[in-house]
Design a protein around this ligand. Structure first.
Ligand SMILES: Cc1cc2nc3c(=O)[nH]c(=O)nc-3n(C[C@H](O)[C@H](O)[C@H](O)COP(=O)(O)O)c2cc1C
Length: 353
């Protein structure tokens, strides 16, 4: 592992290991001609998007609609990317998304589920940021890979639970509390999960009453992930959530949704600072991160690229990837004249079409 130095090294190894599953392309854009998209009709979803891949592709297209405004005739700056997340001082407003089920990509010889969770949580921690952990049909209260990895990192992580039965979610929340997780949450869009549905693990849409019950069942901040409209965002505020994630699950739960960058601004106007807004979907560089912050998010999550980083070089790969994200964010902030995250606003964006 010692010869791995660059992100390119990490991605080259991932390309070898993920043969037939992911091409580790320069643009991970959900284009229907991509390797991952060939798998989605009648077969496992793999790393791609559901159905035609339109929702996955829309995430990419939505970000491409915006461009950054360079502002250069100013004093030179070395921007500060520090970010406060529920009292944790993170080096950047960029965290690893809750992702699970990666051991189904070619089995344990590619990566084990516990190895994956360990790599994400430890790699993020080494880069000064947080790894979120997901949930899938292979996870149980007895064998919760994500919570185990967060426990090993002294609670440095966030646990997102699928919208299972209420009692089960509450038990997962209690376990997360015991290991000192920073926050917990539910991916409400997981009610459209292909993996859960095909493995006989029931998942449900959640009512206001159910979400209120979950929020009052834990002392931890509760995050609602999978918000794609202002109506749901306002309901998340109502139930007492501490944050939402504007997300279409990387385009994996419903075909033909907009890209997240297309709905973020409206949601952020409605939320108006009441709770945290986090966003994910198609974010591949610090330039994309800055666009999302300018559209109203406070921070972002990275999904597929973190899978490739972990498969390529474990915790070291994840650390290298996160450092790349921070470096490119810093460059984007310097060139748009933003010294701190508070200086980022929609003024630094051009909408091109
Ligand atoms: C293979 C895979 C598994 C995922 N598993 C989960 C999960 O268990 N829980 C969850 O909240 N989201 C899950 N997601 C969605 C991610 O958290 C995130 O929303 C999405 O990947 C962001 O888009 P990006 O991959 O384009 O960065 C998964 C995504 C992928 C690609």
């Amino acid at each position: 592992m010692s010869e791995i130095k660059t992100l390119e090294d990490v991605r080259n190894i991932a390309r070898e290991k993920l043969k037939g599953i992911c091409g580790v392309y320069k643009d991970c854009d959900g284009d229907p001609r991509r390797l991952c998209q060939g798998q989605s009709y009648g077969r496992a979803l793999g790393i791609g998007g559901i159905g035609s891949g339109t929702s996955f592709h829309n995430n990419f297209l939505a970000l491409r609609k915006h461009n950054l405004k360079m502002e250069l005739i100013e004093k030179d700056i070395h921007p500060n990317t520090f970010y406060d997340f529920f009292g944790m001082n993170l080096t950047m407003p960029i965290m690893a998304a809750s992702v699970a089920g990666v051991n189904s990509f070619g089995g344990d010889s590619v990566i084990t589920e516990s190895g994956f969770c360990h790599a994400v949580v430890q790699g993020c921690k080494a880069a000064g940021t947080l790894g979120w952990r997901g949930d899938t049909y292979t996870y149980s209260l007895e064998n919760s890979y994500g919570i185990n990895a967060i426990a090993e990192a002294d609670g440095f992580g966030v646990k997102i639970v699928k919208p299972r039965k209420q009692e089960t979610i509450i038990k997962f929340f209690k376990k997360a509390e015991e290991v000192g997780c920073v926050a917990v949450g539910v991916d409400i869009d997981g009610c459209g999960s292909y993996a859960m549905a095909t493995h006989n693990k029931p998942v449900f849409k959640k009512s206001l009453k159910s979400l209120k019950e979950l929020v009052s069942a834990t002392s931890l901040p509760v995050i609602i992930k999978g918000v794609m409209c202002a109506e749901d965002a306002l309901k998340a505020v109502d139930v007492g959530a501490a944050a939402i994630v504007v997300s279409n699950h990387g385009g994996r739960v419903l075909d033909h949704t907009p890209g997240t960058a297309d709905v973020l601004k409206e949601i952020s106007l409605q939320i108006n600072g009441k709770i945290k807004i986090i966003v994910d979907g198609g974010i591949r560089t610090g330039y994309d991160v800055l666009k999302m912050l300018a559209l109203g998010a406070e921070s972002v999550l990275i999904g597929r690229d973190i899978i490739r980083a972990a498969v390529g070089a474990g915790a070291e790969g994840v650390k290298i990837h996160m450092e790349y994200m921070q470096k490119t964010l810093q460059k984007a902030m310097r060139m748009t004249n933003c010294m701190t995250l508070n200086d980022v606003s929609s003024d630094i964006l051009y909408e091109t079409y």
